[in-house]
Design a protein around this ligand. Structure first.
Ligand code: ADP
Ligand code: MG
Length: 580
């Protein structure tokens, strides 16, 4: 080996040594870089809050981060190489079901790039944790699968919360399906967000799911959609609930029903309106019952009025009957005294006339007594003491007036008896003009200062009637006529008849009746008179008595001119037996 060669070799060795040194240095740098990267990665893996675990193709742990170690409560060194599915998943599920699936995943031909799944792992204390897994395939440079890298997030609490939410939602839906009302809620565009089943049925849908996203134009009540939507909008924009109002709706079956509705704006925590909630119930049936009840109440009221009327009439009849009885008794008692007072007065009148004749004869003889001055003076004294001239004039008048008085007392008692006939409950033949007269006599005292009576009698035939009750009718009509006259007026009593009917009219020149009140005067308790003066029962009582006779009671009136009440009655009693 030449010197030259040796030097070359040496230089070459030097060079190679330097090169190796250089290579070693750069390898060391690489290693330290890698170590640094590895540490960085490790630190990164340890810092993530979820579990990171790498498995080899047999399903054994090849890497696990700190969160994993903490959950499983073992150091990394103890965990590396352990069979994941058999050791850390709840058994038997983990080993028997998930391991074959894993092996298929890593050994199969089709390799998904990543895989999402949920399965539980058991922590160090034996407690299962549900994890959401995100798994990626690990491959070598040739692209062969060498294992998996999974990150797992503990979703136990989220799942529990989700389950609780789902359950309370289910409960809520159950509640709104159970309440006996229709419930719906809509978004701000008034599309349905949800509703209960009853509401969906009303809308013509199978279930509440069918409603979601639809609006009122697609419902059975499309014709009323504009109306409802305007209402919804008003509630949303006002921001205040609208409660318990009544409205109508046409249902899927074409029926029109009544609803009692409440609407409430849906507002979130930031005070933003995100929709409207409505709730209503079908109150058609309530309304019907209410209407029925109203009819019943009206019927009961009418019945009650009839009872009051009947009672009133009974009281009057009883009163009249007793007055009549009294009058009849009195008449009986005073009949004899009347008879002899009457005849004695008549006789007395004759005797007095005779005596006066004798007295006249004596008077003519007076001049002949002039010679007996004493006697004459005594006679003159006696004459002036007795006030003979006046007595002479007055005595016959007194007797005539007394006879007249006796006569009038008799008439009054007879009128009383006639007016209130004790047998008035019995149907009998009677003359209404006579009844009118006796009634007039009863109220004559009240009439005489206010009204002149005009009679236009047609000479009525007798009719079959309850004359005592008809007299009460005349009494009420006469009383009203007098009360309608302010200063002085005329009451005309007019009668007439044809083959089938008779009629009696009481016409006054009083105030008249307002046309608006004309329909109401026969109503029980209708009165325009001050309390204590009018009961409002006179005409209703008259009406029912006339009705009992199958007759008619009619009124004509002109304000400021007067009124006429006409009673028309059949001449023969109706034969159907009613009206007694
Ligand atoms: N002849 C009449 N003229 C004017 N108004 C009358 C007459 N008769 C009845 N009325 C009206 O009809 C109402 C009812 O009459 P009525 O039933 O007899 O009750 P009352 O006389 O107790 O008020 C009276 O209050 C009055 O307003
Ligand atoms: Mg009256």
């Amino acid at each position: 080996m030449s010197e030259q060669n040796l030097a070359d070799l040496q230089r070459q060795i030097e060079h190679e040594r330097a090169a190796r040194k250089q290579a070693e240095r750069s390898l060391e740098e690489k290693i330290s870089e890698l170590t640094f990267a590895n540490q960085l990665l490790q630190r990164y893996l340890d810092s993530v809050p979820c579990i990171m675990v790498a498995l080899d193709t047999r399903g054994c742990i090849s890497m696990i981060n700190r969160a994993g170690c903490m959950l499983l409560d073992q150091p990394e060194s103890a965990l590396l190489g352990q069979a994941w599915f058999e050791r850390f998943l709840p058994q038997p599920d983990g080993g028997s079901r998930l391991l074959p699936a894993f092996l298929q995943l890593v050994g199969g031909d089709v390799h998904p790039r990543e895989e999402l799944s949920e399965y539980p792992v058991v922590d160090g204390s034996g407690q299962p944790h549900l994890m959401a897994w995100h798994t990626a395939m690990l491959t070598d440079q040739a692209g062969r699968i060498v294992g998996t890298l999974s990150s797992g997030e503990d979703i136990t609490e989220r799942k529990q919360a989700e389950t609780a939410i789902a359950e309370s939602r289910k409960l809520l839906l159950k509640i709104i399906d159970t309440v006996p009302a229709r419930v719906f809620w809509k978004d701000p565009d008034l599309r349905f967000l949800g509703c209960n089943t009853a509401f969906a049925r009303d809308a013509g849908m199978q279930s509440s799911a069918d409603m979601i996203g639809k609006d009122d134009y697609q419902m059975a009540w499309a014709a009323q959609a504009d109306f409802y939507r305007a209402d919804d909008r008003a509630v949303m924009s006002s921001g205040t609930p609208r409660l318990n109002f009544e409205e109508q709706q046409t249902t899927a079956s074409g029926e029109t029903v009544w609803l009692r509705t409440s609407k409430v704006p849906l507002v979130n925590d930031d005070h933003e309106t995100f929709g409207v909630l409505g709730i209503y119930e079908d109150i058609t049936e309530y309304r019907r019952i209410e209407a029925d009840n109203r009819v019943h109440v009206a019927e009961l009221t009418a019945l009650n009025t009839m009872l009051i009327e009947a009672q009133n009439q009974m009281l009057r009849s009883v009163k009249m009957a007793s007055v009549g009885q009294l009058a009849a008794g009195v008449l009986q008692e005073i009949n004899n005294p009347f008879a002899f007072i009457n005849s004695h007065l008549a006789a007395l009148k004759g005797h007095v006339a005779d005596l006066l004749g004798v007295l006249d004869a004596y008077r003519q003889a007076e001049p002949a007594l002039a010679v007996h001055a004493d006697l004459m003076a005594a006679i003159e004294r006696a004459k002036s003491a007795a006030n003979l001239d006046f007595v002479r004039q007055d005595i016959l008048n007194l007797i005539t007036e007394s006879l007249d008085g006796v006569h009038r007392v008799k008439t009054i008692v007879e009128n009383l008896r006639d007016f209130s006939r004790v047998d008035s409950a019995e149907w009998h033949q009677a003359n209404l003009e006579k009844g009118l007269e006796s009634t007039l006599n009863i109220v004559w005292n009240e009439i005489k200062y206010k009204a002149t009576i005009k009679r236009e009698y047609a000479g009525l035939p007798e009719i079959e009637c309850l004359s005592g009750q008809l007299n009460q009718v005349f009494l009420n009509l006469l009383a009203n006529a007098v009360q309608a006259i302010d200063e002085r007026g005329v009451i005309t009593l007019r009668t007439g008849f044809d083959d089938d009917t008779v009629w009696v009219e009481v016409v006054d020149t009083g105030r008249g009746i307002d046309p608006e009140q004309l329909d109401r005067v026969f109503e029980p308790f209708f009165t325009t008179k001050p309390a204590g003066k009018g009961t409002g029962l006179g005409l209703s009582l008259a009406y029912s008595i006339v009705h009992r006779h199958r007759g008619q009671l009619e009124v004509r009136s002109k304000v400021g001119k007067g009124s006429a009440f006409r009673v028309t009655l059949p001449r023969k009693r109706a034969t159907d037996g009613s009206g007694s």
